[in-house]
Design a protein around this ligand. Structure first.
Ligand code: PLP
Length: 468
């Protein structure tokens, strides 16, 4: 029995995996990884996979990055962890200083959580609590965009709108206000991104006008709705939203958990709109993909509304046990060093252009409705009918066929439904981008064959794995 198979069997006896129908593993092999090196992941039988999705969008500088490893090791020798209430430590102070420095002006205080969803909970609670402390307790609802995703905890799910993740739990969710997304995939034929995003703002303006008195904040994923299928929109929407939030006295929360740290082509997506949100939530690439941590940045104004004598009970008494973990902070500091020393944002421009040219031909594919890109994120929308943009029935799992083909070719591409996307680590080479494009093209050809819907259950990929 191969080592892969042994680990898979031991795993399936005791583990329950995230975002997985476990029965799938009766026919889909689980892939045990024994080491990572740069963009590569290597399984126990020695097969390598190019990590085109940065291991769920976290890994920006490769697996086993020597500089990040070194920084964590040094930290490990002095302090692994200390609670952050009443205590502090050097890496958390340094990281907070640097986050304040590199984010837009006006964000001056940093609160930590230990994963993205928890970071969203912090921002939602802080926003509502701010209004309570400011004598407006009725401001307790949140406005969110259709097709948005903000995490898996209950309040984070409430401000999300990807039915696959939230529908089952409807009964538990907060009552939020949903406004149609400026998603440019849905723009009318012939209309540009900017005009569409601008037009779509009318619905937001109207919702704010009607509900501002009961709304604490608007929460958005700036520029890219990630889990909703890498749907993209123009920065003008964020600019209009900032102005409107100011006019109506409503907070603006930017969830840059997925898009922060260079993914959209600038260090943070809000830079492209030239705005400062009231809350900026960061996670994922914050630690270079090493350790779970989230940071919520906010303004002096928000901070000030909580700052008072203890007995006024205005403090934000929210805590996650591992808040500000020193090892995670060390990983984040090393990550920020790399951004600075290697001039990464600038260097990414060439990679981003290569992603565009390598996939250009897919625009003509009979089952590709759109190839869209924002910075270092590129998505290819597979459809049943190109002209009408008719989606494939989800039950056919066309994306899964791309996933399986890519694995057989040594690439980790994990489509979101019928959307194949590249969100690679920034240490990818131009040649590796070409390789990914080739694998994706082949995978899309296979996945969009008419016969696939029946064949996907059968052993369509007999050579899918080399059992070694
Ligand atoms: C991943 C993600 C989250 C949730 O982060 P977790 O660390 O998985 O809890 C929230 N918002 C966005 C935009 C994300 O992509």
């Amino acid at each position: 029995m191969s080592q892969n198979t042994q680990w898979m069997q031991r795993d399936l006896a005791v583990l329950w995996h995230p975002c997985t129908q476990m029965k799938d593993h009766e026919r889909l092999p689980l892939i045990p990884i024994r080491r990572g090196d740069g963009v590569w992941l290597e399984d126990f039988d020695g097969k390598r996979y190019l990590d085109a999705v940065s291991s769920w969008w976290v890994n920006v500088f490769g697996h086993g990055n020597a500089r990040i490893n070194q920084r964590i090791r040094e930290q490990l020798d002095s302090l692994e962890h200390v609670m952050l209430a009443g205590f502090t430590h050097a890496p958390v102070v340094e990281l907070s200083e640097r986050l304040v420095q590199i984010t837009p002006d006006g964000l001056s205080k940093v609160f930590y959580a230990d994963n993205g969803s928890s970071g969203i909970e912090v921002a939602l609670k802080m926003s509502h609590h701010y209004w309570i402390n400011s004598g407006q307790p009725g401001k307790k609802r949140f406005i969110t965009l259709t097709n948005s995703y903000h995490g898996e905890t209950v309040a984070a799910m409430s401000v999300g709108d990807v039915p696959l993740f939230t529908d089952t739990y409807k009964a538990l969710l907060l009552d939020t206000l949903k406004v149609p997304s400026p998603d440019c995939y849905l723009r009318p034929e012939g209309m540009g991104w900017e005009e569409h995003s601008r037009t779509m703002f009318a619905a937001m303006e109207q919702t704010l006008a009607e509900h501002a008195h009961e709304v604490a904040a608007v929460i958005v994923e700036p520029l890219i709705q990630g889990a909703g299928g890498m749907r993209m929109y123009h920065p003008v929407y964020l600019k209009l939203l900032r102005e409107a939030c100011d006019r109506y006295g409503v907070h603006l929360i930017h969830d840059e958990i997925a898009v922060g740290f260079g993914r959209t082509g600038t260090m943070f997506a809000c830079e492209q709109a030239g705005i400062t949100p009231d809350f900026l939530v960061l996670s994922k690439a914050l630690t270079g993909g090493y350790l779970p941590m989230a940071a919520v940045l906010t303004t002096d104004e928000v901070y000030g509304a909580f700052y008072d004598d203890y007995a006024t009970l205005r403090a934000f008494l929210h805590s996650h046990t591992y808040t500000g973990n020193p090892l995670a902070c060390a990983a984040a500091l090393a990550t920020l060093d790399i951004f600075e020393q290697d001039n990464v944002i600038e260097a990414n421009k060439a990679l981003s252009a290569r992603m565009a040219s390598a996939t250009e031909h897919l625009k003509d594919h009979p089952h590709v409705a759109e190839v869209r890109q924002t910075g270092m994120a590129l998505a290819i929308e597979m459809v049943q009918d190109k002209t009408s943009k008719t989606a494939y029935p989800w039950q056919q799992r066309r994306g899964l066929a791309v996933y399986q083909h890519a694995l057989s070719r040594g690439a980790l591409l994990r489509p979101l439904g019928s959307v194949v996307y590249f969100l690679p680590p920034y240490v990818i080479t131009p040649e590796q981008i070409d390789f990914l494009a080739e694998v994706a093209s082949e995978g899309i050809d296979i996945a969009t064959r008419d016969s696939l819907s029946v064949a996907v259950q059968a052993d369509l990929y007999p050579n899918h794995r080399d059992p070694g």
